[in-house]
Design a protein around this ligand. Structure first.
Ligand SMILES: [Mg+2]
Length: 149
């Protein structure tokens, strides 16, 4: 997400805008898109992320996630592997080809713990991976590793 350019649309004098925009950018909440076909997993992830001061959006599959990213690129994406309609890996490959799609930090979530899956995710553009079930500590650790917090 980008800040409102130069305070456009705000009822403030032009001379004050630079300062206000700078404060806004500094305090802006980071956004995380949670992509998972399980409502329970999305709910758990949202709770963890909101406690870390992220604003969350949810998508049930890769296709819905694409639609969210076309509208506005999130700062972070917590991405499931197995989903109907469009899998996580397929979404990830498409995302990285989109304009601005190199920006989000992507943390892949998977129950697949074999090396081949992990390597495939990382070579397709994931920044980190996480094993399910995840908890607050591991999400915070991984988000810190990729520079999100
Ligand atoms: Mg799944």
């Amino acid at each position: 997400m980008t800040a409102n350019p130069a305070g456009a649309g705000l009822d403030i004098a032009p001379a004050d805008r630079v300062h206000i925009v700078a404060v806004d950018e500094d305090k802006r909440m980071k956004t995380c898109l949670v992509v998972d076909d399980s409502r329970v997993v999305r709910k758990v992830a949202r709770k963890i992320l909101e406690s870390m001061d992220f604003t969350c959006e949810e998508a049930e599959d890769g296709q819905q996630a694409m639609e969210v990213c076309v509208r506005q690129m999130p700062d972070a994406i917590l991405l499931d592997w197995n989903m109907p309609v469009m899998t996580g890996i397929e979404f990830l490959r498409r995302l990285r080809k989109m304009t601005g799609g190199d920006q989000p930090r992507v943390v892949f979530c998977t129950t697949e713990n074999d090396l081949a899956h992990i390597q495939e995710a990382l070579s397709s553009g994931a920044n980190e991976y996480i094993m399910k079930p995840f908890d607050s500590d591991i999400v915070q650790t991984k988000f810190a590793q990729v520079g999100l917090i």
